[in-house]
Design a protein around this ligand. Structure first.
Ligand SMILES: [Zn+2]
Length: 131
Protein backbone atom coordinates (compact mmCIF):
# COMPACT_ATOMS: atom_id res chain seq x y z
CA UNK A 1 0.00 0.00 0.00
CA UNK A 2 1.35 3.40 -0.90
CA UNK A 3 0.97 6.56 1.09
CA UNK A 4 -1.34 7.93 -1.59
CA UNK A 5 -3.57 4.86 -1.66
CA UNK A 6 -7.30 5.40 -1.53
CA UNK A 7 -7.89 2.10 0.22
CA UNK A 8 -8.47 3.91 3.50
CA UNK A 9 -11.25 5.98 1.99
CA UNK A 10 -14.76 4.59 1.90
CA UNK A 11 -15.54 4.05 -1.80
CA UNK A 12 -19.23 4.59 -1.11
CA UNK A 13 -18.69 8.26 -0.26
CA UNK A 14 -18.48 11.07 -2.84
CA UNK A 15 -15.20 11.29 -4.76
CA UNK A 16 -12.46 12.98 -2.85
CA UNK A 17 -10.22 13.63 -5.88
CA UNK A 18 -7.12 12.51 -4.07
CA UNK A 19 -7.79 14.67 -1.04
CA UNK A 20 -5.99 13.45 2.03
CA UNK A 21 -6.53 15.37 5.21
CA UNK A 22 -3.35 16.84 6.68
CA UNK A 23 -3.89 15.15 10.03
CA UNK A 24 -5.14 11.85 8.65
CA UNK A 25 -3.72 8.82 10.46
CA UNK A 26 -3.85 5.57 8.50
CA UNK A 27 -5.52 2.86 10.58
CA UNK A 28 -6.27 5.16 13.50
CA UNK A 29 -9.46 3.44 14.62
CA UNK A 30 -7.91 -0.03 14.28
CA UNK A 31 -5.09 1.12 16.55
CA UNK A 32 -7.55 2.57 19.07
CA UNK A 33 -9.65 -0.62 19.10
CA UNK A 34 -6.64 -2.87 19.67
CA UNK A 35 -5.24 -0.58 22.34
CA UNK A 36 -8.58 -0.41 24.13
CA UNK A 37 -9.00 -4.16 23.96
CA UNK A 38 -5.57 -4.72 25.46
CA UNK A 39 -6.66 -2.72 28.50
CA UNK A 40 -9.55 -5.14 29.03
CA UNK A 41 -7.34 -8.20 28.95
CA UNK A 42 -8.06 -10.67 30.55
CA UNK A 43 -11.54 -9.92 31.91
CA UNK A 44 -13.10 -8.36 28.78
CA UNK A 45 -15.43 -5.43 28.31
CA UNK A 46 -17.30 -3.20 25.86
CA UNK A 47 -15.55 -0.76 23.54
CA UNK A 48 -17.73 1.96 22.03
CA UNK A 49 -16.69 3.95 18.99
CA UNK A 50 -18.28 7.32 18.20
CA UNK A 51 -18.69 6.52 14.49
CA UNK A 52 -21.49 8.25 12.60
CA UNK A 53 -23.17 7.65 9.25
CA UNK A 54 -21.55 9.14 6.18
CA UNK A 55 -17.99 9.32 7.47
CA UNK A 56 -15.40 9.30 4.69
CA UNK A 57 -12.87 6.83 6.11
CA UNK A 58 -13.08 3.07 5.79
CA UNK A 59 -12.36 2.66 9.50
CA UNK A 60 -15.56 4.59 10.22
CA UNK A 61 -17.86 2.15 8.37
CA UNK A 62 -20.09 -0.73 9.48
CA UNK A 63 -17.75 -3.07 7.56
CA UNK A 64 -14.86 -1.91 9.74
CA UNK A 65 -16.85 -2.57 12.93
CA UNK A 66 -17.74 -6.11 11.78
CA UNK A 67 -14.16 -6.84 10.74
CA UNK A 68 -12.66 -5.36 13.90
CA UNK A 69 -15.04 -7.47 16.00
CA UNK A 70 -13.85 -10.59 14.20
CA UNK A 71 -10.24 -9.71 15.01
CA UNK A 72 -11.16 -9.04 18.64
CA UNK A 73 -12.90 -12.42 18.78
CA UNK A 74 -9.71 -14.11 17.60
CA UNK A 75 -7.76 -12.55 20.43
CA UNK A 76 -10.32 -12.46 23.21
CA UNK A 77 -12.82 -15.26 22.51
CA UNK A 78 -15.79 -12.90 22.61
CA UNK A 79 -14.83 -11.24 25.91
CA UNK A 80 -14.35 -7.86 24.21
CA UNK A 81 -17.35 -6.45 22.37
CA UNK A 82 -17.22 -3.56 19.95
CA UNK A 83 -20.16 -1.16 19.64
CA UNK A 84 -20.84 1.82 17.39
CA UNK A 85 -24.24 3.04 18.61
CA UNK A 86 -24.34 6.13 16.39
CA UNK A 87 -23.17 4.52 13.15
CA UNK A 88 -26.58 4.68 11.46
CA UNK A 89 -27.16 8.32 12.40
CA UNK A 90 -25.90 11.23 10.32
CA UNK A 91 -23.78 13.84 12.03
CA UNK A 92 -26.49 16.52 11.74
CA UNK A 93 -28.89 14.32 13.71
CA UNK A 94 -26.30 13.62 16.40
CA UNK A 95 -25.39 17.31 16.66
CA UNK A 96 -29.06 18.34 16.88
CA UNK A 97 -29.62 15.90 19.73
CA UNK A 98 -26.52 17.10 21.55
CA UNK A 99 -27.71 20.71 21.23
CA UNK A 100 -31.15 19.75 22.60
CA UNK A 101 -29.43 18.12 25.56
CA UNK A 102 -27.29 21.20 26.20
CA UNK A 103 -23.96 19.60 25.31
CA UNK A 104 -21.26 22.32 24.94
CA UNK A 105 -20.43 21.67 21.27
CA UNK A 106 -18.47 24.92 21.09
CA UNK A 107 -15.90 23.33 23.38
CA UNK A 108 -15.23 20.45 20.97
CA UNK A 109 -12.53 20.36 18.32
CA UNK A 110 -12.15 18.02 15.38
CA UNK A 111 -9.85 19.69 12.84
CA UNK A 112 -7.43 17.21 11.29
CA UNK A 113 -4.93 19.97 10.52
CA UNK A 114 -4.63 20.81 14.20
CA UNK A 115 -4.71 24.56 13.56
CA UNK A 116 -6.21 27.25 15.77
CA UNK A 117 -8.70 28.26 14.65
CA UNK A 118 -9.74 25.12 12.81
CA UNK A 119 -8.66 25.10 9.14
CA UNK A 120 -12.19 24.90 7.75
CA UNK A 121 -11.16 22.76 4.75
CA UNK A 122 -10.23 19.30 6.08
CA UNK A 123 -12.84 16.54 6.03
CA UNK A 124 -13.62 16.94 9.70
CA UNK A 125 -14.09 20.70 9.36
CA UNK A 126 -16.29 20.21 6.28
CA UNK A 127 -18.34 17.56 8.07
CA UNK A 128 -18.68 19.82 11.07
CA UNK A 129 -19.80 22.85 9.07
CA UNK A 130 -22.34 20.73 7.19
CA UNK A 131 -23.90 19.46 10.43
ZN1 LIG B 1 -9.80 21.30 9.69
Amino acid sequence: MTSTSHTAINPATPPLNGYRAPGYVQGRNALLVQTGAAVFEPRGGLLALGLIAGAHYVDCTPAFVVTAQRVLDLYFDGRVQLAAPLIDRPQAQVVAELRREGFPIALTYSCEAGTTPACGVCLSCRDRSAA
